[in-house]
Ligand binder design. Structure first.
Ligand SMILES: [Zn+2]
Length: 378
């Protein structure tokens, strides 16, 4: 299933249809193969935000057509055109960069709210090919700040695709930022919301805001596709394994379905219940899909006395899995397994949801922390 923008399978299908009617053409008119290749090129330019003035279009169409006529499955033409686009897109990154073996990354989001790994490296949905194998998909709500995981210089920006209300019929162009690192590798931050605050050439420090999470170019819902790449040749890239430094957890290689973050260390215990049933840390709490539930939060003092802080001004609720669970400021939860979008696949069970609860003192320092891990039942 196509999931990440690097996939060209939808176009191959289109081309197969176009070429199934292949017939000898008059010398002057464009052949069906040429038309198909030309259309493929237009789609690539649009989706990958290539500056068309950089292209030698007649050459690309001629060579693509030659390959399409030799190989009617179009695999060769697709591969060649795709790699030509990569070459243009990442021309400023050095070839044969040696990834720094000691490089570590911070999480590409504010770590206070843990995020679930929707798909890890080698994930079955779309992290199988060389370009995507080491990519990580973090399920992130639209609008959550996306932060530079490592310092570097902005290589490219794709911007302007609006957010979507529902999965698109046709893949749209992902908004993205790529950042070149000291060792010649570069990170790709993909599916962002429109309104990228950086531009090519900008130096960005680790933790700098690169944009906000979105759902552009993603048929499966809001998430951040994060991958570190290096150019292997003029027109080839490969992904590089990434390790994150997560305060409190050490150096982490993300695994599917794990929550990654550095929530504040609680100094006060929160006792949480959902519709009267106690919530146990580390255990799944059931909630009926479509039937709203009510959380109750009590702050337990060291002397054992407790106080209901469910609607306290210092209590903050955050959904960790926006695709499945909404929570308001009063602890009211509504859960839907696939509100318009599906995030993940075999790696992420859409019936899973999570809510983080922070309780702050009067100085707004988080003193209490709770996590509700939900399982949605029909
Ligand atoms: Zn991905």
């Amino acid at each position: 299933m196509a999931y990440c923008p690097q996939s060209l399978r939808p176009f191959s299908l289109l081309l197969l249809l176009a070429l199934s009617t292949l017939t000898p053409a008059p010398a002057e008119a464009a052949s069906p193969a040429e038309n198909a290749v030309s259309k493929m090129l237009d789609d690539l330019i649009r989706i990958r935000r290539i500056d068309a003035s950089q292209l030698d279009r007649p050459h690309l169409v001629a060579e693509g057509t030659r390959l399409a006529l030799m190989d009617p499955t179009l695999a060769a033409a697709t591969r060649w055109l795709t790699s030509e686009m990569w070459r243009l897109q990442y021309a400023k990154a050095p070839i044969s960069a040696r990834p720094d073996p000691n490089a570590t990354y911070r999480l590409p989001y504010a770590a206070k709210i843990p995020r679930i790994v929707a798909q890890a490296a080698g994930g079955p949905m779309s992290h199988q090919d060389a370009e995507n194998h080491e990519a990580i998909d973090f399920a992130m709500p639209i609008g959550a700040p996306v932060l530079a995981a490592r310092r570097g210089r902005v290589l490219q920006v794709g911007d302007g695709t609006p957010l979507r209300e529902r999965p698109p019929v046709q893949q749209d162009a992902p908004n993205f930022v790529s950042v070149l690192h000291d060792d010649g590798t570069f990170a790709l931050y993909l599916h962002l919301a429109p309104g990228i605050p950086v531009k090519p050439g900008d130096d960005v420090e680790i933790g700098a805001k690169l944009g906000e999470a979105g759902n552009t170019g993603s048929p499966s819902g809001p998430h951040l596709h994060f991958v570190v790449l290096r150019r292997l040749g003029a027109s080839q890239v490969g992904s590089v394994p990434v390790r994150f430094v997560v305060p409190g957890a050490g150096i982490v290689t993300p695994r599917a379905r794990a929550y990654l973050g550095s929530p504040p260390t609680p100094t006060m215990k929160l006792r949480i219940s959902l519709d009267g049933r106690p919530v146990e840390e580390g255990k799944l709490t059931q909630i009926r899909a479509g039937k709203p539930g009510q959380l109750r939060v009590e702050a337990v003092a060291t002397d054992g006395t407790s106080r209901d802080v469910t609607t306290d001004a210092h209590t903050e609720y955050a959904s960790m899995t926006l695709w499945s669970v909404d929570v308001d400021g009063k602890g009211r939860i509504s859960a839907q397994p696939a509100r318009g979008f599906a995030v993940g696949g075999p790696d992420v069970d859409r019936s899973l949801g999570g809510v983080a609860i922070f309780y702050g003192d009067s100085g707004d320092r988080d003193v209490g922390l709770g996590k509700v891990e939900l399982q949605l039942t029909p």
